[in-house]
Each structure stands twice: as structure tokens, then as C-alpha cells.
Design a protein around this ligand. Structure first.
Ligand SMILES: Nc1ncnc2c1ncn2[C@@H]1O[C@H](COP(=O)(O)OP(=O)(O)OP(=O)(O)O)[C@@H](O)[C@H]1O
Ligand SMILES: [Mg+2]
Length: 294
């Protein structure tokens, strides 16, 4: 039997070989600093919109223990990523189907367990994620509030990050702190910003400009304004009814804004067929095996 180190070396070699040939999912991590800014609602509606544009989408709920994705989609996960990590279930067994046939994986408390995982379990997780990556076009990771070490690694490994903020100064400040953490850890990919719960476009732009100015001045980083959503009763209604607003109110302004943002990800020059240097799993592998945290 091969030992762990040999399996890891083999995994790395195979990955190098198949990198050019493999189709890789585009991984979008949705995060914030402050909680309750609308990440999960945004993640689910964006996922459905991208699915409707003809792409296979999976939402990974990395909001530990809270299972918000399940609540908002009216689904109930029997198994979580922990069952995969511990070898109790295969990746296909932990995938649920949500509205509009989007795929869902519940983080449960599994991602926390990952921090105490041995190499064998990490290898298993990465092998399964690699398999998944070749059959899915977009993986959308919905993170919880705050900056846990492990969630940060998932975010760091993503192809693009979407930071959600409201016009609330504490939300802008916490979004800035999140961006600073990513930059300080060497994040180099695109940083998108969505301003949520705004009163109008002017407020959306003012909010983005405040955040971008701080990133420009103190982090020498340029942010990309992805779009905005107005404060709307449709969101709380969707939460209560457990039906995403893009399904119950497809013609509403906020649904149109979601579709507009989804289109930006599937445009040819930003699409899934893009030749990417590193896959999500190879980046994640490097981050997870970099011992001793950041
Ligand atoms: N555009 C909006 N208009 C009105 N209410 C909104 C809007 N977006 C989100 N909300 C409300 O804000 C609350 C939090 O939303 P959501 O759960 O999506 O946030 P979150 O950032 O995922 O929170 P957490 O950090 O706890 O995971 C919900 O009650 C939701 O109805
Ligand atoms: Mg959430």
C-alpha cells in the first residue's frame, strides 16, 4: 500500500499532467466582514441566475453550523462535507439538489473539523473536490461572517471574491478589514464588490467609492464594482417563504440586477472556458499543506 506522502506526491504529479486538459470550475467566494449583509441571499439568487444562463452551478455552504443556504432554499441536507472528509460518504452522496436544479453542499460543522484533519483526510477531500471541479462550471462558496482561518483559505483559493457590504459605515469598515486580510495573505485575484440594501444607485456608488478609496490608498489595491441591490421587501418575503426572489419575482428590479451581475461572469472574456493557471483545488491544496497557518 502506498503511504500518504507517496499518494500526495502522486496527486501533485497527476494534477500537473492533467491541468492543461481538465475543464475547471470557476470558483466564486462570497464574503463580507460584518454579518447579516445579505451574502446568502445574494449567493443563492446569483447561483440560480447563472444556472438559467446554461451553466452547472454548485453552492458550497461554508457558513459553519448555521445552514443558511438550506433554510433559504427550503432544502434539508442529510449529509455534510464532514461525511465526505471522514470517508463516510462520497461527494455525490453529499450533494443535494436545490431550486432550479442547482447543486448544494452543506458545510455543517465539517469545515471546522478540517483544521484538525490529518493528511489522509485532506487528500481525500481534495481528490473529491477535483473530481467535482471537472463536472461543474461554477462553484459558489457562501461564507459566514467573520474571518476564520479555514474559511479564509477557501476564499484565498477562489478565482474571484465577491465582497458584500451595505452603506452602513461598520459594514464598510469590516469589508475593508476582510480585503486587508486577503491582501496581506497574498491574494492576487479579482476583488468584486456588491453594495446591498442601498436606497438608490447614488448611495451604491458612494458606498463603493469609500471602500475602493481606502483599498487604493492603504492597500494599493483596485476593487471592481460588480453591482448593487436596493433594500427591498421582496428579500425578507423570499426568506420567509423559502423561495429565492429571482424565482418568485423574476421581473423585479433586484432580480434584474442579479441577472446583470450573473452575465458578467458568463461573458466570453470572463467565462468558464478561460484557461486558468491554477485550479481551485490546486490552490487550496497549497494553502492547506502550508503548515502553521498564515
Ligand atoms: N436587498 C435587501 N433588502 C432587504 N433586506 C435584505 C436585503 N438583502 C438581505 N436582506 C435581509 O438581511 C438579512 C440577512 O440576509 P442574509 O442571511 O442573506 O445575510 P448574510 O450576510 O448571509 O448573513 P450571515 O452573515 O449571518 O450569514 C435577511 O433577513 C434578509 O432578509
Ligand atoms: Mg449567510
Amino acid at each position: 500500500m502506498k503511504d500518504q506522502a507517496e499518494r500526495l506526491r502522486e496527486l501533485m504529479r497527476n494534477k500537473e499532467k492533467s491541468r492543461a486538459a481538465n475543464k475547471k470550475a470557476k470558483v466564486l467566494a462570497i464574503t463580507s466582514g460584518k454579518g447579516g449583509v445579505g451574502k446568502t441571499n445574494f449567493a443563492i439568487n446569483l447561483a440560480i441566475s447563472i444556472k438559467r444562463l446554461g451553466h452547472k452551478v454548485l453552492v458550497l455552504d461554508a457558513d459553519l453550523g448555521l445552514a443558511n443556504v438550506e433554510i433559504l432554499t427550503g432544502t434539508n441536507a442529510k449529509y455534510t462535507i464532514l461525511d465526505l472528509i471522514l470517508g463516510r460518504k462520497s461527494i455525490n452522496e453529499i450533494i443535494n439538489t436545490g431550486p432550479e436544479e442547482i447543486k448544494l453542499i452543506s458545510g455543517g460543522s465539517g469545515l471546522e473539523e478540517l483544521s484538525v484533519m490529518d493528511d489522509e483526510n485532506i487528500i481525500r477531500l481534495i481528490e473529491e473536490l477535483e473530481r467535482l471541479e471537472s463536472s461543474i462550471d461554477f462553484i459558489i462558496i457562501d461564507t459566514g461572517a467573520g474571518i476564520s482561518d479555514l474559511v479564509t483559505k477557501f476564499v484565498m483559493a477562489a478565482d474571484e471574491v465577491i465582497i458584500v457590504t451595505t452603506p452602513d459605515p461598520t459594514s464598510i469598515m469590516d469589508a475593508y478589514t476582510m480585503i486587508k486580510t486577503l491582501i496581506n495573505n497574498g491574494y492576487e485575484s479579482k476583488l468584486n464588490v456588491v453594495t446591498n440594501m442601498v436606497n438608490n444607485k447614488k448611495e451604491a456608488i458612494t458606498t463603493f467609492n469609500k471602500l475602493n478609496m481606502a483599498a487604493n490608498n492603504f492597500l494599493k489595491t483596485e476593487l471592481n464594482f460588480l453591482g448593487f441591490l436596493e433594500r427591498s421587501n421582496l428579500v425578507s418575503r423570499a426568506v420567509k417563504e423559502q423561495i429565492p426572489f429571482i424565482l418568485s419575482n423574476p421581473r423585479s428590479t433586484i432580480s434584474k440586477r442579479i441577472n446583470f451581475m450573473a452575465l458578467k461572469f458568463v461573458e466570453p472574456n470572463n467565462g468558464v472556458k478561460m484557461d486558468k493557471k491554477d485550479s481551485f483545488t490546486s490552490k487550496l491544496k497549497n494553502l492547506l499543506f502550508k503548515r502553521g497557518g498564515y
